[in-house]
Design a protein around this ligand. Structure first.
Ligand code: DX5
Ligand code: ZN
Length: 221
């Protein structure tokens, strides 16, 4: 499978959201990464259903929804209704993670679990076989444009081993601080999906940057 690129809408220009969505539609991006923050689980508030519905209305690619919220169970059906194809909840926000994953399956969306930089991959050992996507946070969640945490490389290794050992088909998504320099190494380490916010939207040509991220797998010298 070639690496999937998921530009983060969080870094888009909300005054020109339709323009930025169109750019992603016309680019080589694979998914829209949609960051929902509640100001409780993370120290920032992003947006909720009205904005997500506006994104859904114009997006021609799957919405990869990353819930940085407490008590996500309350809202899973609403996010599925709003058009999410993939929903990732945070391990740290779920008391009954197994039940939450079952709910995601019943809703017919891909089930994702995100883990913070301090959470070891081994915490997922009992659920990895039921997960479609593991989001490894490579920054502390809450803001775009932060510095990549290098320890993520060893977590990719651990996660690859766990996935193999448990015969899981989970994909590895890297979220935070991804740029044109670290993308080839992340892919070499085993990343399947790369999220990129700042790198895409603060570049002179977002469409070219997405193409270059997509081609990073050819630079795996
Ligand atoms: C961080 C979010 C990320 C963020 C990535 O809390 O989950 O998805 O938008 O942004 P960059 O690529 O700028 O680190
Ligand atoms: Zn995210």
């Amino acid at each position: 499978m070639s690496v999937l690129i998921a530009p983060s809408v969080l870094s888009a220009d909300f005054g020109n959201l339709q323009r930025d969505i169109k750019m992603i539609n016309e680019s080589r991006a694979d998914w829209f990464h949609v960051d929902v923050m509640d100001g409780v689980f993370v120290p920032n508030i992003s947006f909720g259903f009205p904005v997500m519905k506006a994104v859904k209305k114009h997006a021609r690619k799957p919405l990869d929804v990353h819930l940085m919220i407490v008590e996500p169970d309350k809202y899973l059906a609403a996010f599925a209704d709003a058009g999410a194809a993939i929903i990732s909840v945070h391990f740290e926000a779920c008391t009954h993670l197994h039940r939450t994953i079952q709910s995601l399956r019943q809703l017919g969306v891909l089930a994702g679990v995100a883990i913070n930089p301090h959470t070891p991959v081994s915490q997922l050992s009992e659920v990895i076989a039921q997960i479609d996507v593991v989001v490894l946070m490579s920054v502390n969640p809450g803001f775009g444009g932060q510095k990549f945490i290098k320890n993520t490389y060893s977590k990719i290794d651990d996660l690859r081993n766990l996935i193999m050992r448990k015969n899981s088909s989970a994909k590895i998504e890297i979220d935070g601080g991804v740029d044109l320099q670290n993308a080839p190494e992340l892919i070499r380490a085993g990343a399947d999906i790369l999220v990129a916010g700042n790198t895409v939207f603060n570049s002179p040509s977002p469409v070219d940057t997405i193409a270059r991220l997509k081609e990073s797998e050819n630079q795996m010298a």
